[in-house]
Design a protein around this ligand. Structure first.
Ligand SMILES: [Zn+2]
Length: 437
């Protein structure tokens, strides 16, 4: 997703510029060795603070199931004390997305989707998942990845200066904006070595906390099973967490050797089942959403709609179900229905940003520019720092005939560093109005 890559690089670069001097070589807290780190721990926290809220919103926000959220946070916090970086500002969250995934930002913001929470079968497996994600934070994988990326970006920046307007590609339809910040787009992609290390650290942390190492075996086995059953369903997870069978076998081996003496530790299945009981009542609806999303990703919108309808029959007020249906309607050109479902999503989870974005796009497509502008303004207030919002504000102002204000937003968008089709359109508008010679 190139547009999001640009956005991510922009945000990271911005965070680093704002935080001042580069950090240079640092001691890796896990290995104790010197390593090229262009981000200081303060910058890791800053990058986390700027990016995590956008990913949480793309994943439909944190759960309203406060008991579940509290449970997951307390399991994570208890383990965090046993890590190599116990003082990081960890927070552990359940986000509403239905696909199977979990991830960590470099300052310690960690999230698991409802999809993966329904897959896990005991607290030791949850501990393994949280331990793995904390492993990435502790070994500073994002920091070292971003450091390498920034070095490369520094080289690429010299080339970018020569880029002219003619290199911009053709326009894409407005609907493309629906997926502008997609799942996983803001997250680091780890190497196989990073994944192995995160598994190793995860197992260490979970056993130290008192969970059976079988939790890690169980987690890895779920991923193998799901991959065998529906390979396409797990593309996002496996692009950031690959090589499931090798990892499962390693977990088995470690459980039998290094951690053999910990085999009597508990799995805490009952405690996990009690705390996820409410979530599990939604499983049939979430299954339908997952199936619908698979059709959406294949652009089979009519098939997707059938499953979203079933999901909404089972869980009529589900924010994700409503928003998925809204996007599905808009993708099929049903603007009025798309808008209606986006408005229902806004009611079901007031203040959550993504529904405002989708409602704004629906109104924009219907030519209701001032109503659209109001949605985008509210979005920016709820979740500042998304360049796409600036672009759509510009479009709404453009539609309203407010040329000066539209021009200001179009140039803000170009300054955000995006080089996508929207940037081309923004540039063309500015040129045709004489703002760019
Ligand atoms: Zn990982």
């Amino acid at each position: 997703m190139p547009a999001s890559m640009n956005r991510r690089q922009f945000l990271y670069t911005g965070a680093i510029a704002a935080a001042g001097a580069l950090a240079g070589c640092a001691i890796n807290p896990v290995t104790g060795q010197q390593q090229l780190m262009l981000m200081s721990p303060q910058q890791e926290v800053e990058v986390d603070r700027q990016n995590a809220p956008h990913q949480f919103s793309a994943d439909y926000g944190k759960t309203d199931d406060i008991a579940l959220q509290t449970y997951v946070n307390s399991v994570g916090k208890d383990m965090a004390k046993r890590t190599h970086r116990p003082d990081m500002p960890y927070n552990f969250n359940v986000v509403n997305a239905t696909y199977v995934n979990a991830y960590a930002f470099p300052g310690g913001s960690i999230a698991a989707t409802r999809g993966i929470m329904l897959t896990l079968q005991n607290e030791a497996e949850l501990g393994a998942l949280m331990g793995h994600e904390m492993g990435h934070v502790n070994a500073r994988h994002t920091s070292s990845r971003m450091s390498k990326a920034l070095v490369l970006q520094g080289l690429a920046a010299g080339l970018a200066i020569g880029v002219s307007a003619s290199e911009y590609k053709s326009l894409t339809p407005l609907a493309a904006g629906l997926g502008a910040i997609g799942a996983g787009a803001l997250l680091a992609h780890y190497s196989r070595e990073d994944e192995r290390q995160a598994d190793e650290l995860g197992m260490e942390y979970m056993v130290k906390t008192g969970y059976s190492p079988q939790g890690m075996v169980g987690l890895q086995q779920h991923l193998v099973d799901m991959h065998d059953r529906t390979p396409s369903a797990l593309e996002v997870l496996f692009s950031s967490h690959p090589m499931s069978e090798e990892r499962r076998d390693t977990a088995k081996y470690e459980a039998q050797t290094t951690y053999a003496s910990a085999s009597g530790l508990p799995l805490k299945r009952e405690r996990y089942m009690d705390n996820t009981a409410k979530l599990r009542t939604l499983k049939p609806a979430i299954d339908e959403m997952q199936t619908g999303e698979k059709f959406m990703s294949k652009k089979q919108y009519a098939d997707a709609e059938v499953h979203f309808r079933k999901a909404l029959k089972l869980a009529p007020d589900d924010y994700v179900g409503l928003l998925l249906m809204s996007k599905c309607q808009l993708a099929q050109g049903n603007k009025r229905e798309g808008e209606r479902y986006a408005e229902l999503a806004k009611i079901s989870k007031p203040g959550e940003a993504q529904a405002l974005h989708v409602a704004g796009l629906a109104k924009l497509q219907m030519g209701r520019y001032d109503a659209a502008l109001s949605q985008f303004t509210q979005y920016e207030r709820a979740l500042p720092g998304n360049p796409n919002t600036i672009y759509y504000e510009a479009m709404a102002l453009d539609g309203m005939g407010q040329r000066d204000q539209a021009a200001r937003q179009y140039s803000r968008y170009l300054r955000s560093g995006n080089r996508d089709a929207n940037a081309q359109r923004a540039y063309n508008r500015l040129q045709s109005w004489g703002y760019v010679k």
